[in-house]
Design a protein around this ligand. Structure first.
Ligand SMILES: Nc1nc2c(c(=O)[nH]1)N[C@H]1C(S)=C(S)[C@@H](COP(=O)(O)OP(=O)(O)OC[C@H]3O[C@@H](n4cnc5c(=O)[nH]c(N)nc54)[C@H](O)[C@@H]3O)O[C@H]1N2
Ligand SMILES: Nc1nc2c(c(=O)[nH]1)N[C@H]1C(S)=C(S)[C@@H](COP(=O)(O)OP(=O)(O)OC[C@H]3O[C@@H](n4cnc5c(=O)[nH]c(N)nc54)[C@H](O)[C@@H]3O)O[C@H]1N2
Ligand code: SF4
Ligand SMILES: [Mo]
Length: 749
C-alpha cells in the first residue's frame, strides 16, 4: 500500500550545495580538533558573549570567545556558575562544532511530490510560515486547537509551548519523562511527596557514602555532578556501584556489585531487610518523619541476602557489608535516584525501593544526602491569559497510568493513530529539539501516526532522522546564534544566567522565539507576542528581579540568596511531606487503592534464550544522545560506538577485538550497520553494551552516517510501566552475525 506520508531522507535533495561550498571556504573548516583551534586563536578573541550550553540539559553557563571577524574561537565555563565551576565538559567545549557544521539545515523545506515521488523543496520563510498557520487554523476549526501537539526537548520548547498555549493547546510532551526520568519522579513522589527534578538535588559534595544503581557518572557527564563525584572520591567517601558493567564510576568504587541485569529490586529489598533486621536504620528520622515501618518490616522479612544472592549473583556478605556502610554514613548517604531509569517496566517501583531506602537512612533533607533546592522564580512577560483548553495530556492518557505526573510522549503517538474509540485525537505535531525515531522506541506506531497526521512541523538544527517525518522543516539557528529564556535552574542557590547570540544566525536559520512569534502573528495572536526582539522580554524579566540586562551581559550569571535559609531539614523541627499522610510513606495507600503494590516487590523478568545476550546501553563522555553524532569536534574524539562483549562470549562466537559484527535481536531485526567489537572483562557474560546515539541512516549527516549501530532500532520489545507509562527498553536480546561484517565495513569506507 502506498503510504500517505513517506519518510524522506533529506539526502535525496541537492539542497544548499552552493552554500556548503562557500561556507567551507569562509570558515576554512578542515575539521581541526577544537583544542588546536583554541590554542592557535587564544590571543585573538576580542569579545566575550555570555551563553549557557545546550549540548545537554545541565545548562552550564559559559562564555563564547569571538574574534574581530565574528568567528567563535572557543567556549569556556563561567567561573561563577555552580553548575560548572568554570569548566565545561568535552561536549560543552565542542559546542562550537554545532555552529560550524556544514551539514546543518539551512533553509525552510516543504514536502512536495515530484515525478510521483515525495521530496522536499526549499521554501522562503514567509511561504513556510503561511503554510503552517493556514493548516493550523484549518485543523483547529475541525478538531479544536487541542489536537495540535508539541513534542519538545530543550530551549526551543519553551517558545513553542508559549505559541501552542496562546492558541489554546496544552497538548505538550517531551521524552524526558516517559523515556528518561519519569519513573523516579513517580517513585519519589509516592514516597516523599516530592519529585527529584533536574538538576538532581544530590549533595554528592558532602556525602560519606554514595550508591549508584546503574547511574554511570563520569560517562553520564552532567558537569558539577561529575566534579562533586570526583571530589567525593578524593575525600574518601565510600562509593558503591551496582552495574553489570565496570563503568568509570564502578572503577572508582570501593564496591563494584556486578549485578545480574533486571534484578535490582531484589538487591534493594534485601538491603532494606538488612537495615531493619540489624536495626541499623536511622531510628530518629524514621520515628519522626515516616509511616509504614511495620508493614515494611513484615514485607521484607524473607528477603534475606541469601535469597537475593540467588537472584542477583551478589554475595550475601557483600550485601550485608554494603548495607552497613550505608548505615554508618547515614544520614550523609545517597542512594542515587539515577536519571535514565526506564529500564524494565517496573521502574517506578524500583525507584520507590530506592526512595524507601533513602527514607530509612534519613538522607532526604540531610547534608550529604538530598538537599532542598531553591530557584529564582522568573515572572512571565505580560500577555493575556491563555485560553483554557477543553482537553490536555491527562485526557490523552485515556485512563491509563494513574501515577504519571507529566505527559507521556508514547500516548501522544498512540493518540495520533486514527481509531474510533479515541475521543481526543491528535491531528498535528510540532517537533522541536527531539529526534523522535531515535528517542522513543515505537517506530511502528510512529509510522502509523504519520499516515494519519494532517500536519507535521519539525524545527531542528540538523537533518536528523526526525526531519524525514515533516511536511515542513524549519531550520533553527544554534544556541550560539540566539536568545533564549533566562536560565533559572533550581539548586543549592538560585541563579539566573543569560544566553545572548555570539554571532548572527548562519544561512537562513532563525531562533525559535522568532519562529513562534511569526506563526503566532499569522494566527492573530499579536497580544501574546508584544515585543520586537527577545532581549526586550529578558530585560523586562530582569527588571522585575531588581537586575539589569547590562549586569547580566557583563557577568553572564548572577547568584541570588536563598529565600528559605537552609538547604537541609532541621532535625529538631517537624516537617510536612506532601504525601497523603504528611509523612515519608514506606507503605502507600494511594498505590494500594489504585491496585498497585503498596510496597515494591521483585518480579523476575524474561531471560535471553540460548545464544542471545541482554542489550544494555548508556552514554559516552564526549557525546549527547544522537544530537552530537555529526559534530565535527566531537566525532574527532569518538566517531562510532562499539559493542562490549565478554571474552568468553567473544571466543564462543569467533568475535575479534576491533573487527565488526551485525547485531540481530529477538524479533529478527538486524542492525542497519555493523558495529565494532570490543572484547572486555568489564562486562558480564550475559549482556552486551553499547553507547546510545550512533548508527545514523541519514546520508546528509556526512560524519555520522553509517557509523556504529543504533540501539533504538534493536529495542522492539518495550515494557510499559503501568504506574506512569515509561518505556522500559532493556528487555531486548541480541545475537551476532559477524560473517562478512568487517569486509562490508571496509568496502564502505
Ligand atoms: N555524556 C553524556 N552525559 C549525559 C547524557 C548524554 O547523552 N551524554 N545524557 C544525560 C541524560 S538526559 C541522562 S537521562 C543521563 C543518563 O545517565 P544515567 O542515569 O547514569 O543512565 P543509566 O541508564 O543509569 O546508565 C547506564 C548504566 O546502567 C547500567 N545498567 C544496564 N542495565 C542495568 C541493570 O539492570 N541494573 C543496573 N544496576 N545497571 C544497569 C549500564 O551498564 C550503564 O553503566 O545522562 C545524562 N548525562
Ligand atoms: N534507545 C535509547 N533511547 C533513548 C535513550 C537511550 O539511552 N537509548 N535515552 C533517553 C533519554 S534519557 C532522553 S533524555 C531522550 C533524549 O531524546 P532527544 O532529546 O530527542 O535526543 P537526541 O537524539 O539528541 O535528539 C535531539 C534533536 O534535537 C536537535 N537539536 C539539537 N539542538 C537543537 C536546537 O538548539 N534547536 C532545535 N530546534 N533542535 C536541536 C538535534 O539535531 C536532534 O534532532 O532519549 C531517550 N531515548
Ligand atoms: S554538562 Fe557539558 S554538555 Fe552539558 S551543559 Fe554542561 S558543558 Fe554543556
Ligand atoms: Mo535523559
Amino acid at each position: 500500500m502506498k503510504t500517505r506520508r513517506e519518510f524522506i531522507k533529506i539526502s535525496a535533495l541537492g539542497i544548499g550545495a552552493a552554500a556548503i561550498a562557500s561556507q567551507s571556504n569562509r570558515w576554512g573548516f578542515g575539521l581541526p580538533l577544537y583544542a588546536d583551534e583554541n590554542k592557535s586563536n587564544k590571543s585573538k578573541a576580542t569579545k566575550l558573549t555570555p551563553t549557557y550550553c545546550e549540548v545537554c540539559f545541565w545548562k552550564c553557563a559559559a562564555w563564547a570567545h569571538i574574534n574581530d571577524n565574528g568567528k567563535i574561537l572557543k567556549l569556556t565555563g563561567n567561573a561563577n556558575d555552580p553548575q560548572c565551576n568554570g569548566r565545561l565538559c568535552p561536549r560543552g567545549t565542542g559546542g562550537v562544532g554545532m555552529v560550524y557544521d556544514d551539514d546543518r539545515l539551512k533553509t525552510p523545506l516543504i514536502r512536495v511530490v515530484e515525478n510521483g515521488k515525495q521530496t522536499y523543496r526549499e521554501a522562503s520563510w514567509p511561504e513556510a510560515l503561511d503554510y503552517i498557520a493556514e493548516k493550523m487554523k484549518e485543523i483547529a476549526a475541525k478538531n479544536g486547537p487541542e489536537s495540535i501537539a508539541l513534542f519538545n526537548h530543550g530551549s526551543a520548547g519553551g517558545h513553542f509551548t508559549h505559541l501552542l498555549k496562546s492558541f489554546g493547546s496544552s497538548t505538550i510532551t517531551a521524552p524526558s519523562f516517559a523515556q528518561c526520568r519519569g519513573p523516579r519522579e513517580t517513585g519519589f513522589e509516592t514516597t516523599f511527596g516530592a519529585q527529584v527534578g533536574s538538576p538532581e538535588p544530590t549533595d554528592i559534595r558532602d556525602t560519606r557514602c554514595l550508591v549508584l544503581i546503574g547511574s554511570h557518572i563520569g560517562e553520564n557527564m552532567h558537569n558539577a555532578q561529575v566534579q562533586e563525584f570526583s571530589d567525593a572520591v578524593d575525600k574518601g567517601a565510600t562509593i558503591i556501584t551496582v552495574d553489570p558493567r565496570l563503568s568509570i564510576a564502578a572503577n572508582k568504587s570501593k564496591y563494584w556489585l556486578p549485578i545480574k541485569p533486571a534484578t535490582d529490586i531484589a538487591l534493594l529489598l534485601s538491603w532494606i531487610h538488612v537495615l531493619i533486621d540489624e536495626e541499623i536504620y536511622n531510628k530518629e528520622y524514621v520515628a519522626k518523619h515516616t509511616m509504614g515501618l511495620d508493614q515494611l518490616k513484615v514485607h521484607v522479612s524473607t528477603f534475606t541476602p541469601e535469597w537475593a544472592y540467588g537472584i542477583t549473583n551478589i554475595k550475601p556478605s557483600v550485601i550485608r557489608q554494603t548495607a552497613r556502610e550505608m548505615a554508618d554514613a547515614a544520614p550523609s548517604v545517597l542512594i542515587h535516584p539515577g536519571r535514565h531509569v526506564t529500564w524494565y517496566g517496573d521502574d517506578a517501583q524500583r525507584s520507590r525501593a530506592i526512595a524507601i531506602l533513602n527514607g530509612l537512612l534519613g538522607s532526604w533533607g540531610a547534608r550529604g544526602g538530598f538537599f532542598m533546592k531553591a530557584s529564582a522564580g522568573i515572572p512571565d512577560f505580560p500577555h493575556p491569559e491563555y485560553p483554557k483548553p477543553k482537553w490536555s495530556w491527562p485526557e490523552v492518557l485515556n485512563g491509563k497510568y494513574p501515577f504519571a505526573s507529566m505527559s507521556v510522549s508514547n500516548t501522544f503517538i498512540e493518540a495520533s493513530i486514527s481509531s474510533n474509540d479515541n475521543k481526543y485525537p491528535i491531528k498535528a505535531w510540532f517537533v522541536a529539539g527531539t529526534n523522535l525515531p531515535v528517542a522513543i522506541p515505537m517506530m511502528s506506531q510512529m509510522q502509523k501516526a504519520l499516515q494519519d497526521l494532517e500536519l507535521v512541523v519539525v524545527v531542528d538544527t540538523m537533518p536528523t532522522e526526525v526531519t524525514g517525518f515533516a511536511d515542513v522543516v524549519l531550520p533553527e539557528c544554534t544556541y550560539l546564534e540566539r536568545h533564549d529564556d533566562l536560565r533559572d535552574v533550581p539548586h543549592r542557590v538560585p541563579t539566573i544566567a543569560l544566553r545572548e547570540p555570539a554571532i548572527e544566525p548562519m544561512w537562513e536559520s532563525k531562533p525559535a522565539w522568532w519562529i513562534a512569534k511569526q506563526i503566532g502573528e499569522r494566527l492573530g495572536l499579536h497580544d501574546y507576542f508584544k515585543y520586537e526582539d527577545f532581549e526586550e522580554v529578558i530585560s523586562w524579566q530582569l527588571q522585575q528581579k531588581g537586575l539589569t540586562l547590562a549586569e547580566l551581559k557583563s557577568k553572564g550569571i548572577v547568584v541570588l540568596p536563598r529565600h528559605n535559609e537552609s538547604p537541609y531539614l532541621d532535625p529538631k523541627e517537624d516537617y510536612h511531606f506532601n504525601t497523603p499522610s504528611g509523612k515519608v510513606e514506606f507503605y502507600s495507600s494511594a498505590l494500594a487503592s489504585a491496585g498497585f503494590d503498596p510496597i515494591p516487590v521483585y518480579t523476575p523478568h524474561p531471560e535471553p534464550e540460548d545464544g542471545f545476550y541482554r542489550l544494555i546501553y548508556g552514554r559516552a563522555p564526549m557525546h549527547t544522545f544522537s544530537r552530537t553524532a555529526n559534530n565535527p569536534n566531537l566525532t574527532d574524539l569518538m566517531d562510532e560506538n562499539s559493542v562490549w562483549v565478554h571474552p568468553k562470549v567473544a571466543s564462543l562466537w569467533g568475535l575479534e577485538e576491533g573487527k565488526y559484527t551485525y547485531l540481530r535481536n529477538q524479533d529478527g531485526i538486524t542492525s542497519n550497520f555493523p558495529i565494532k567489537v570490543r572484547v572486555t572483562e568489564r562486562i558480564r557474560w550475559d549482556s552486551v553494551y553499547m553507547v546510545h546515539g550512533f548508527g545514523h541512516n541519514q546520508k546528509e549527516l556526512s560524519r555520522a552516517f553509517g557509523k556504529g549501530a543504533n540501539d533504538t532500532q534493536l529495542i522492539t520489545n518495550v515494557m510499559i510501566d503501568p504506574m506512569m507509562g515509561g518505556t522500559g527498553m532493556r528487555g531486548n536480546f541480541v545475537t551476532f552475525t559477524a560473517t562478512g561484517a568487517t569486509e562490508e565495513k571496509e568496502a564502505a569506507l
